[in-house]
Design a protein. Structure first.
Length: 97
């Protein structure tokens, strides 16, 4: 049975990666409201994903207002695809009754 990447398999991180896979980038506020996470929880998950090189963090200013945006790296896309392939392999090993 294939191993599932724990950086992807954690439910909140999986949701983050799925969201980012469908956009070029997303800012902190969008992710916060869409995912329904707390600021600290989202920050913690994003730090983990950045440390794994699955997401890239870009900090900028909109006038005087700081803006943090996130995008999926090529490695992050690859790991997400590998995750779904592993899930499919696991599912394929079980017959529905």
């Amino acid at each position: 049975m294939p191993e599932l990447d724990p950086n992807v398999h954690q439910p909140a991180r999986l949701r983050i990666l799925m969201l980012l896979s469908g956009v070029d980038s997303a800012d902190f506020t969008f992710l916060l409201t869409t995912l329904g996470l707390t600021k600290g929880n989202l920050s913690s998950h994003m730090s983990r994903l950045e440390a794994a090189s699955y997401v890239e963090i870009a900090k900028s200013f909109d006038g005087k207002i700081p803006n943090t945006s996130y995008s999926l790296t090529p490695l992050g896309r690859s790991r997400l695809a590998e995750y779904w392939q592993a899930v499919d392999e696991i599912r394929g090993g079980f017959e529905l009754r």
